[in-house]
Design a binder for this molecule. Structure first.
Ligand code: CA
Length: 224
């Protein structure tokens, strides 16, 4: 799952990025409206966290542009403006949720997950294929009721593959969703991740297989 964070306070921006990354999200950080617009124009996001007081204007104007363009992207406003009328204004402008600074990080992460679970954003709470199940609420994979020990990123790639089951998940799109604009990841990071996930699934006796479609991507399919 990939998030766009629009926040101009450098320290808070870094804190948000590292907290979301630890929780298994890929994150892009924009520090102005202009930068936020640029990211939204070129990348796909599953949700956005939007500060309101930005150096080049009000975050609500970006939200209004998104909604005018018909984008259903879930947006959480994160702001120091705590007057009830500000909340009403933000929600009326098309925000899906509103959290006032200072806030508790685990609450922010839980709220983003809740937004992602909404029917418009999610295809189901539990994804399954063969004897493998992924609970997207608990972030837990199970084979025959047995919980697998997977890292947040392994869970994220598994979720993406399961959402694309029966179709090829393109390599570039997986990398984009998993690593965001952070081009620091090594060229074979995705391969290593898939290799590890495949082994863990095999060890647990999972029936679906992850096929490598050379040069294109990966396909998760039930055993033929
Ligand atoms: Ca600000």
């Amino acid at each position: 799952m990939k998030l766009l964070v629009v926040e101009d306070e450098p320290e808070l921006g870094r804190l948000l990025c590292s907290a979301f990354e630890r929780a298994g999200f890929a994150v892009d950080l924009a520090t102005s409206l202009h930068e936020g617009r640029g990211f939204l124009a070129v990348a796909g996001y599953d949700a956005a966290v939007l500060d309101l007081s930005l150096p080049d204007g009000d975050g609500l104007s970006l939200l209004a542009e998104l909604r005018r363009a018909g984008a259903g992207l879930p947006v959480l406003i994160l702001t120091a403006r705590d007057a009830p009328e500000d909340r009403v204004h933000g929600l009326n402008a098309g925000a899906d949720d509103y959290l006032v600074k200072p806030f508790h990080l685990p609450e922010l992460i839980a709220r983003i997950r809740a937004l992602l679970r909404r029917p418009s954003a999610a295809l189901g709470l539990t994804l399954s294929l063969g004897n493998l199940e992924l609970d997207t609420v608990l972030r837990q994979a199970r084979v025959g009721g047995q919980i697998l020990l997977l890292s947040p990123r392994e869970i994220s790639v598994l979720e993406l593959l399961l959402r694309h089951q029966g179709q090829v998940a393109l390599r570039a799109s997986l990398e984009d969703r998993l690593y965001g604009m952070d081009r620091d990841f090594t060229p074979n990071a995705l391969e290593v991740l898939i290799h590890r996930l495949r082994r863990r699934l095999q060890d647990a006796g999972a029936s679906p297989l992850i096929h490598t479609i050379r040069g294109v991507g990966y396909l998760m399919a039930p055993p033929s």
